[in-house]
Design a binder for this molecule. Structure first.
Ligand SMILES: [Cu+2]
Length: 119
């Protein structure tokens, strides 16, 4: 009888410690998620780039994400960068290492244009 009680106490203690450990782990998660990288996003949706003109400091990585339900590309007018065909939710990233104005367009729908100004 005494053995059964002590086993139950042991179980409760183990569970209790495990539970506290889990909570501590969950609390530290959002802090890690808040660490911001030097990255800027352009969304592709409804046949347009948003924002159409993006101004960023030198060294910024710009990520384009296709939120449209049809494929698009991101192609630099002067050949600085070129994505593959991006299906829905696919991404393309490019790091702008020098200052300048970088116009780009979608090669599937050439009327879709955007511009990245790097300062
Ligand atoms: Cu397109």
């Amino acid at each position: 009888m005494r053995r059964i009680v002590s086993t139950a106490v042991l179980f409760a203690t183990t569970f209790g410690v495990g539970f506290v450990g889990l909570r501590a782990g969950a609390r530290s998660l959002p802090a890690a998620a808040q660490q911001k990288a030097d990255t800027t996003e352009v969304k592709i949706d409804n046949f347009s780039f948003g924002p159409g003109t993006l101004t960023v400091p030198v060294g910024t990585t710009v990520t384009w994400t296709n939120r449209d339900d049809i494929p698009h590309t991101v192609v630099s007018t002067d050949g600085a960068f070129k994505s593959k065909v991006l299906d829905t939710d696919e991404k393309f990233s490019f790091t702008f290492g020098k200052a300048g104005t970088f116009p780009y367009f979608c090669s599937i729908h050439p009327k879709m244009t955007g511009k990245v100004i790097v300062q």
